[in-house]
Design a binder for this molecule. Structure first.
Ligand code: PBG
Length: 325
């Protein structure tokens, strides 16, 4: 048969396949989310996230050694405070758990890139990401607290702040506060397209941040909406976001693709807790080949347009990439 085009020619062996490969998973693009809590000598595995832990500061410091040794360049920090209150004061306290963790990390590993999640939900007793009045999550009064949170993290030494609350105007409020206090050089990675998702379940177990009433649908986006994600991203970019996040990642490849096409700025895909938990559960049952599945899923995010990958698999991936070399 005379066929002019035979795509199989370039699939003949691994040498040519790797020569024409379009996308790659690189450890340089990996951001590893970590949870810190008070206490000493505590390393508590999150039951729905095997291999992911809540660390007390001493154990966190030890764990960072491994992150750095594996060449993972960045961590994204979440705090589990000792006590919660209605205004989430643990989020913006000078000696809050995340602020302490940032200082420790930068002191021991100055080259590790430390990113902090900016939100109130881990710190409020009601579990919502903003202040509550008459059962409603208030937008504008929350902005000051978010700005204070980002500022306190920058003062502690954070390299980048990442607001995940989904209040309107938070990027502008944070940008203004940082600039005013001498942190104009600190970039904002905004969770721009963050959907109200069932895939955050394991994270909320870990952070004890499940809303005590209602849900997050009045601030996080409806998963049915793609155009709205463009609007949210538009606003964040306009307000000064340096990097945008699409979250979750696996079921939102279209959003990664559309936002990357339109804005062109660095984009991070957040491969969230529920996505991690599903893979781990299936792998533990021997139903899937974990390494293959994880690399394939992460590649799909890259192919869609992601530059950075925020994933609980980061250390696993770093180990696999190392073995392959
Ligand atoms: C805080 C926050 C959440 C996640 C990241 N930042 C939880 C939520 O919005 O309920 C989820 C991360 C994950 O599931 O891995 N707002």
């Amino acid at each position: 048969m005379e066929l002019k085009r035979r795509p199989r020619r370039l699939r003949a062996n691994e040498t040519i396949r790797s020569m024409v490969r379009e996308n790659h998973i690189r450890v340089e693009n990996m951001i590893y989310p970590m949870f810190v809590m008070s206490g000493e000598k505590k390393k508590v595995e999150i039951s729905s996230m095997p291999g992911v832990y809540n660390y007390s500061l001493d154990e966190f410091s030890l764990a960072l050694r491994e992150v750095v040794d594996l060449g993972v360049p960045a961590v994204l920090l979440f705090g589990i405070p000792e006590s919660k209150d209605s205004v989430g004061s643990g989020a913006y306290h000078e000696h809050g758990i995340v602020q302490q963790a940032v200082r420790l990390a930068k002191q021991h590993y100055p080259h590790l890139y430390v990113i902090t999640d900016v939100c109130l939900c881990e710190y409020t007793d009601h579990g919502h990401c903003g202040l509550i009045e008459n059962g409603q999550v208030m937008n504008d009064p929350t902005l000051d607290l978010l700005a204070n949170t980002a500022l306190s993290q920058a003062r502690a030494g954070a390299d980048m702040v990442a607001p995940s609350d989904m209040m309107d105007g938070r990027v502008a409020a944070i940008r203004e506060a940082l600039d005013k206090e001498g942190f104009a050089h600190i970039p904002i990675m905004a969770y721009s397209a963050k959907f109200a998702s069932g895939f955050y379940g394991p994270f909320r177990d870990a952070a004890g941040s499940t809303p005590q009433f209602g849900d997050r649908r009045t601030y996080q986006m409806d998963s049915a909406n793609g155009n709205e994600a463009m609007l949210e991203t538009d606003l964040d970019v306009e307000e000064g976001a340096d990097v945008i996040i699409v979250k979750p990642a696996l079921s939102y490849g279209d959003i990664i693709y559309r936002t990357k096409e339109k804005y062109g700025i660095p984009l991070a895909a957040y491969n969230v807790s529920g996505e991690y938990a599903m893979v781990k559960a299936a792998a533990a049952n021997g139903w899937i080949d974990e390494k293959r599945i994880v690399l394939e899923a992460l590649l799909s995010m890259k192919r869609a347009g992601a530059d950075l990958l925020i994933t609980y698999h980061a250390l696993d991936v770093a180990r696999w990439l190392r073995e392959e070399r």
